[in-house]
Write a protein that binds this ligand. Sequence first.
Ligand code: HEC
Ligand code: HEC
Ligand code: HEC
Ligand code: HEC
Length: 172
Amino acid sequence: MKKLSFVLILLLTVNMLFAQDAKYIGAQKCKMCHNAEEKGKQFTKWAESLHAKAFATLQGPEALKYAKEHNIADPSKEPKCLKCHSTAAGVDAALLAGLTVEEGVSCESCHGPGSAYKSISVMKDLAQSKANGLIIPDETLCKKCHNPESPTYKPFDFATYSQKIAHPNPKK
Ligand code: HEC
Ligand code: HEC
Ligand code: HEC
Ligand code: HEC
């Protein structure tokens, strides 16, 4: 029994080490497989959404006005703003493998870092993809950013907000 739990702990540790290795590859890498018209054009839908523009928003007039009133020199360099407006800014630089700060709230904020699940053989199998870090996001994940800590917070209704960013595969 002791031996078995030792092996289990060892396996869990190895698993955790691998999970920590997953890196952020950026939306361009997802685009090559997730932008076909007949499969739902996920990349284009994201690129046209406010999530893709979330970093640019920090350079816009509204952000600059807020910054001036709150003694923030540059909101697009301010960690307090970037943490919700840019996937790349919120992760350890050692884990960046393609993802840029300018991408704003990118695929991997919601679906997890892609380096270990991006290959076709893994992606075809949902269980294997999840084991390699793919996240199918739920309300709790959205609320990491959609919460009153946001200076412009608007009440977040999961059903309506999900509809606004929906990018389903029509064939499923
Ligand atoms: C080499 C091609 C390829 C790449 C690169 C790729 N995917 Fe996939 N992905 C697939 C395939 C194939 C499926 C299986 C379903 C389908 O055909 O859409 C899939 C399924 C998915 C699913 C749906 C899982 C489910 O069944 O609900 C998500 C979410 C997803 N990919 C996200 C991503 C993200 C995010 C990236 C980039 C970080 C990415 N994929 C990169 C090919 C790819
Ligand atoms: C990493 C942080 C983050 C996560 C996670 C996140 N969002 Fe967002 N979301 C933002 C930011 C920042 C904006 C504002 C972008 C802008 O206006 O520049 C936004 C904007 C939106 C908008 C546009 C609102 C409008 O005014 O039209 C919708 C819809 C939305 N998010 C839905 C969701 C849903 C649904 C989820 C979970 C599946 C989610 N978001 C997860 C940060 C996030
Ligand atoms: C806790 C996450 C979070 C933080 C921190 C955050 N934001 Fe946002 N921001 C959001 C979300 C989510 C939205 C989408 C609208 C909403 O629900 O507030 C948004 C929207 C915006 C908008 C668009 C205006 C609007 O009404 O949609 C501006 C401008 C903005 N944020 C500026 C900032 C600035 C400047 C900072 C830093 C001082 C900051 N944000 C920090 C999450 C955040
Ligand atoms: C703000 C969060 C968010 C972002 C950003 C986001 N997604 Fe998603 N994605 C979701 C949610 C929520 C679902 C639906 C999950 C479910 O089925 O419950 C989904 C589903 C999917 C699916 C499965 C579609 C289907 O019907 O099988 C694919 C593929 C996918 N996303 C790819 C991407 C790619 C590629 C990007 C970036 C170009 C991206 N997503 C960006 C939240 C997000």
